[in-house]
Design a protein around this ligand. Structure first.
Ligand code: TXA
Ligand code: MG
Length: 336
């Protein structure tokens, strides 16, 4: 990043603009939280529905505390251990937080990203930045600056911070206190797992209860489909046939799907599928997650008309794979 890049980004942000910001997870589309027009522009640029709230990115814990109504002991412990890093905490919001950010909810998502450019940008702006992933709604998230350029056809200023090291979005965790018990709800899986969180908090003698997300209103990000590449992705788990069999089955089944589910456009072929590309992973879940979105984009650009992923339950065993598998399930048009 050149000083001119940073200055341009700060100028844009100050004038209700949005900026592509590198983080360690995925690139974000950032606006200042004190600029309602900038916040609105995030939604219109992404074609994102207003019911899906934004994560606020802070440069330090004191900025985070100012956004939350209460700061539970668990939040203090978790942020000390995992920030800066890929963990978003959902806390009761301070009155000052604009409902545009929270979609009218009483809670706000906050994280300190682990990327020098993001931290520098927030520090220089001297106000936190709201940022969802910098992709069109429902589409594959961006992990390089050029992915963001492609998403918005060069219409968004992006600061190039290199390829994202984590590669999938942050873990999203609701934290609240109820009569001396800390209640945790995992709203999105990510590199920091529930086991990491549980181990840490119990080592501080925090009494924990885990809750499943039930109320869709409180967990608006729980869409069935998301992260979809440009061509249909077929997730093969139980299907017994060979690859041609998968393609034939996909041809039978894909056209039965609705055009969109919960507002997310489902990838469906206009002609019978004929040429498959294949998604494979490295053995290490950290490396696999880092490359996932780039691979989905690259495979979509090979001239193939669908992507086949053959799930290997032996390779993908354990909690470290769950964040990645969750993305793949949601990115799939079909599971066989
Ligand atoms: O790693 C990340 O978290 C990236 C980078 C840019 O920081 N950001 C990101 O933002 O993934 P986005 O908007 O694509 O996903 C944010 C998720 C959504 O599922 C949203 O519904 C959920 O967090 N979320 C945000 N605020 C919430 C709240 N108050 N209550 C429940 N869920 C919330
Ligand atoms: Mg997103």
């Amino acid at each position: 990043m050149t000083p001119a890049d940073l200055k341009k980004a700060l100028d844009l942000l100050a004038h209700d603009g949005v900026v592509g910001m590198p983080t360690e997870t995925v690139y974000g589309l950032a606006a200042r939280i004190d600029r309602p027009e900038g916040l609105r522009r995030i939604f219109t640029t992404k074609e994102r529905p207003f019911f899906d709230p934004l994560i606020v990115h802070v440069a330090n814990v004191s900025q985070a505390r100012a956004l939350a109504k209460e700061w539970p002991k668990a939040a203090e412990i978790l942020t000390r251990a995992f920030w800066p890093g890929p963990l978003t905490l959902i806390l009761n919001k301070a009155d000052s937080v604009n409902p545009l950010i929270t979609s009218g909810l009483e809670t706000v998502g906050i994280r300190q990203p682990d990327h020098p450019i993001a931290l520098e940008l927030i520090r220089q702006a001297s106000v936190p930045l709201a940022a969802p992933s910098a992709n069109r709604f429902g589409h594959t998230s961006p992990t390089t600056a050029s992915h963001v350029q492609e998403e918005f056809r060069g219409q968004v200023h992006v600061i190039d911070g290199g390829p994202c090291q984590v590669g999938i979005e942050s873990t999203v965790l609701r934290v609240r206190e109820e009569r001396g018990t800390t209640v945790l709800t995992l709203l999105r899986k990510g590199a920091i797992t529930l086991e990491h969180i549980r181990k840490l908090l119990t080592s501080y003698n925090i009494t924990l209860r885990f809750e499943e997300p039930t109320d869709r209103k409180q967990a608006p990000g729980q869409l069935k489909h998301h992260y979809m590449p440009d061509i249909p992705l077929i997730f093969v788990e139980d299907f017994k046939g060979d690859n041609d069999g998968v393609t034939a089955e996909a041809n039978r089944r894909l056209h039965e799907l609705p055009d969109d589910i919960e507002g997310v456009k489902i990838r469906k072929p206009t002609r019978p599928l004929a040429k498959a590309a294949f998604l494979n992973f490295q053995k290490d879940p950290i490396m696999a997650a880092r490359e996932l979105y780039s691979q989905l984009r690259d495979l979509s650009a090979t001239g193939a008309d669908h992507i086949i992923y053959r799930h290997d339950p032996v390779l993908c065993q354990g909690e470290a794979w769950e964040g990645l598998l969750d993305r793949l399930h949601k990115a799939s048009s079909l599971r066989l």
